[in-house]
Design a protein around this ligand. Structure first.
Ligand SMILES: C[S@@+](CC[C@H](N)C(=O)[O-])C[C@H]1O[C@@H](n2cnc3c(N)ncnc32)[C@H](O)[C@@H]1O
Length: 288
């Protein structure tokens, strides 16, 4: 079946009913966790021009490289487990690229340990999102992106939050705060998930009975590296710390409400994977 017509998304809610555009594949539909190519296509249309160097440190099956080629950009991918001739083996925390070479950086990293990739110890997908080491790894990844990106150019992170029996991890919010320490926030997009698992009746039944939500969208976080002299936004972390110092009483009152507004899920019977964390939680539209 031909893919639907591709067009520039103009709102902060993106949707497209196919993993690929045109008559061929970008990246590989057989690669677990491949990125929907229209997301990268839209970003490159907006934030790059012909011949720009587009870098993806978690490039897997090479979707970014293929979209860059289609649009006349130079694509350069890295991954621990390359699955494309234009993707080179490297750790995203230590890229073999000189400072300030990239015109745009896109990344779709592991969302905690929701999928198994190479299984190598350096694979960030071996770390649960509840493990502090997961976000410590991204401190290093974001520092590396800061190093390779030209000032005044853009980067984007495509990511999904995680809910497991142990609790909800707002990966996108945490990463957004981390990124705001280095870059200027440009915008945040909700990308509708087209995962087939969301159509399964038993998933919806479990979500209702066990009081959790199936993940309906991915986040797309867009940031800009400031140019020399460009003012950075106030650091979110610092503001929060100041408020904690000045307003301790009010906050403890809020937190004192029963359960902090969160239902007790300790009796929930399903593992994270049951709701699609292993396959089902990923936002991979339209693999029809
Ligand atoms: C969601 S997939 C990316 C898919 C890719 N965008 C595509 O369309 O094929 C996440 C990727 O991160 C890679 N990865 C995990 N840890 C890594 C690390 N430390 N350095 C580089 N790549 C890593 C995995 O091997 C996997 O290919």
């Amino acid at each position: 079946m031909p893919s639907p017509k591709l067009s520039i998304q103009t709102t902060t809610l993106w949707e497209y009913s196919s993993q690929h555009y045109g008559n061929t594949e970008q990246g590989s539909s057989t690669y677990r966790g491949a990125t929907p190519s229209y997301v990268i296509w839209n970003l490159l249309q907006r934030y790059t021009k012909k011949k720009d160097l587009v870098v993806d440190p978690f490039c897997g099956s090479g979707t970014t490289v293929d979209v860059a080629r289609d649009l006349g950009r130079r694509g350069l991918g890295y991954d621990l487990q390359p699955h494309h001739s234009g993707v080179f083996k490297a750790d995203a925390r230590d890229l073999p690229l000189e400072d300030g070479k990239a015109d745009f950086v896109f990344m779709d990293p592991p969302y905690g340990d929701n999928l198994t990739y190479s299984g190598r110890p350096e694979c960030i997908g071996e770390l649960a999102a509840t493990d502090p080491a997961y976000f410590e790894a991204f401190e290093k990844v974001f520092a590396e992106i800061d190093r390779i990106l030209k000032p005044g150019r853009y980067m984007a992170v495509y990511v999904c939050d995680v809910w497991k029996k142990q609790g909800f991890v707002p990966i996108a919010s945490i990463m957004s705060n981390m990124l705001a320490q280095r870059f200027l926030p440009v915008d945040q997009i909700a990308v509708v998930r087209g995962n087939k698992d969301l159509e399964k009746g038993n998933y919806h039944k479990a979500a209702e009975e066990e009081n959790f939500f199936l993940r309906g969208f991915n986040h797309l976080l867009i940031f800009k590296k400031p140019e020399a002299g460009e003012v950075r936004r106030v650091r979110v972390q610092q503001k929060t710390e100041n408020r904690d110092r000045n307003d301790g009483a009010g906050r403890s009152g809020d937190c004192g409400r029963a359960g902090g507004g969160r239902p007790d899920r300790s009796g929930g019977g399903r593992s994270g994977g049951g709701r699609g964390n292993r396959g089902g939680n990923r936002n991979r539209p339209g693999r029809s």
